[in-house]
Design a binder for this molecule. Structure first.
Ligand SMILES: *Cc1c(COP(=O)(O)O)cnc(C)c1O
Length: 548
């Protein structure tokens, strides 16, 4: 191929119409291809593809780069092949927090890609720097931070936020840890229900995975502050230093919301009793933090006219979310409830000086201009080059607005409340295992007779009984999994840990999950979902010859 033809693989240099039309034509063909595979009654694109056996080994053997570049038509057929059988977020997509990327989110991401700036420095990525500054300010205000004092950046996921929170936490306790490495007596705390991000972060910062102390949870799956207090004291008595406490505001499996106010008071009490430097509190609000959009909602006049049950659910969530600002850092995973594509996570710190603690010295980052020009450097990020995902976030914030988000977030609550009622009415052998947590997800557990969730939760079941119910639920996930092309539900093998009355170690609980994440799922579709669960249970029972 001569150079001219290769140049045609790039957007035009001068903005001519012909080249633009060719580009738009390709995008249009791509969208047409995708649309041709859509079916609103299933949860995948096109037909399902079997990827079992040696599927991936075969790919390894045959993958190759062509000697001469292929035409767009040829490549489109390969892209089309990749789309085949891909999960797609129709109303039947109920598996987990894997949202559909909205048009505003896509347009923003596309803009960032078209500009392709490098968000590490405003001289290379001015659009990203500006959008990021706006997004930090907007989200700080919504979370209750003071935008003039807070700061943040877009990063690699909720996990990246948990990780950098820990980097900061370490330097608050041990100033020279940045240079000398981490002492071997630093500890982190989170609830049993917290995301495993903290375990990886403890490893990657050099603390070690065993330095993560798991705190018990209460009936509503939120962190038990008394247990936090006792465990922090024990660590200190044994010569350890607590550096980091993660409060999860919206757990991934049951939407438990930790009480940051109580956590803060507990941490302060321990800190004062032992005269320790500040202990960093991170709110892992990656998932649930978006409900802070209701912090300013007028629940009295109810301007969006939510039904009483939905209003009550939102109020209950907001009672916890109003304390987000008490955390020293927090996170919004826009690729979750923020309706933007992967990866668009925002990490925020309450005090911008916290980021200075982990910043590089100017002389250590010479090639980003050594501060000679440009005024936006992000050498505190773990990443060097960074995409400008803030442009996607900003576009979504602007096109949805507070009310757009409120409507979507309220619909997730609405669908889940209705689902819980219908499910338990129709299928009396099912228990909803997170009944106290209104939110976007419902966890449910099947029994062979009357549900025994309360007994299990109170430690009144035997190990064998719990394991039998787990096995039944595992058969249910398998059966639901086989039919996931129709309706795609989720499941987890560690919804909660419970005590068994005849066993010294806590036992995990298996449950299925409905996660409302598609904008298309409405209450009217739930009869179909419950009927689907019912017919799948019947299959499971037929196979295992159990009877309800
Ligand atoms: C999703 C999630 C994470 C991890 O976020 P990524 O964006 O996948 O890195 C961490 N904590 C909570 C509570 C989450 O829901």
């Amino acid at each position: 191929m001569e150079l001219k033809k290769i140049q045609a693989l790039f957007p035009s240099e001068d903005g001519n119409k012909h080249d633009r039309d060719v580009f738009v034509g390709m995008i249009s063909q791509l969208l047409e291809e995708l649309d041709s595979k859509k079916n609103a009654e299933q949860s995948i694109l096109g037909k399902s593809k079997d990827r079992s056996g040696d599927y991936y080994q075969q790919i390894v053997k045959t993958a190759d780069i062509p000697q001469r570049g292929k035409s767009f038509e040829e490549v489109l057929s390969e892209l089309s092949n990749l789309m085949e059988g891909h999960p797609y977020h129709t109303k039947n997509f109920l598996t987990n927090v894997l949202p559909m990327a909205s048009i505003p989110g896509l347009i923003g991401q596309f803009t960032a890609s078209l500009l392709n700036g490098n968000n590490l420095w405003d001289v290379y990525g001015p659009a990203g720097a500006e959008a990021e500054t706006k997004v930090i300010s907007i989200m700080s205000r919504l979370a209750g931070y003071e935008p003039e004092q807070s700061w943040g950046y877009t990063t690699w996921g909720g996990q990246g936020a948990v990780f950098t929170g820990l980097r900061i936490a370490i330097t608050k306790q041990v100033e020279d840890a940045l240079y000398e490495g981490v002492p071997n007596n630093l500890y982190c705390f989170s609830s049993e229900q917290a995301h495993y991000s903290l375990i990886k972060s403890a490893e990657a910062t050099g603390l070690g995975r065993n330095k993560v102390i798991k705190v018990r949870t209460k009936q509503d799956h939120s962190l038990d502050e008394n247990d936090l207090y006792l465990k922090m004291k024990t660590v200190i008595e044994r010569g350890g230093i607590p550096v980091y406490v993660v409060g999860t505001t919206g757990t991934t499996d049951n939407f438990g919301i930790d009480n940051l106010k109580a956590i803060k008071e507990t941490v302060e009490q321990v800190r004062i009793e032992h005269q320790l430097p500040p202990i960093h509190i991170h709110a892992d609000s990656a998932l649930g933090g978006f409900y802070c959009l209701f912090n300013s909602y007028d629940f009295e006049s109810n301007p969006l006219d939510f039904e009483p049950a939905v209003l009550q659910g939102l109020k209950q969530i907001t009672e916890r979310m109003q304390y987000l600002h008490l955390a020293d850092s927090l996170c919004f995973d826009f690729q979750k409830l923020g309706q933007t594509p992967y990866v668009t996570s925002l990490f925020l710190v309450k005090q911008k000086q916290d980021l200075d603690k982990i910043d590089l010295d100017a002389k250590e980052s010479p090639y980003v201009g050594d501060r000679a020009y440009g005024s936006y450097h992000t050498s505190y990020t773990l990443e060097c080059s960074r995409m400008a995902s803030s442009i996607s976030i900003l576009t979504a914030l602007n096109m949805f607005g507070v009310e757009g988000y409120q409507q979507l977030l309220a619909n997730y609550v609405r669908v889940n409340l209705a689902f819980r009622t219908k499910l338990q009415k129709q299928l009396p052998s099912i228990a909803v295992t997170n009944p106290n947590n209104p939110g976007p997800l419902t966890a449910f557990r099947l029994y062979t007779g009357k549900p025994k969730w309360e007994e299990e939760q109170q430690g009144q079941s035997t190990l064998r009984e719990i394991q039998e119910v787990n096995k039944l639920n595992e058969s249910l996930f398998e059966a639901l999994g086989k039919r996931k092309d129709e309706i795609f539900l989720g499941d987890t093998k560690k919804f909660d840990m419970v005590a068994a009355k005849d066993h010294p170690v806590e036992v995990p609980i298996y449950v299925s999950k409905l996660f409302c994440i598609s904008p298309y799922t409405e209450v009217a579709h739930l009869d179909n979902v419950v009927a689907f669960i019912e017919s799948t249970i019947q299959e499971v029972i037929k196979e295992s010859e159990l009877y309800l």
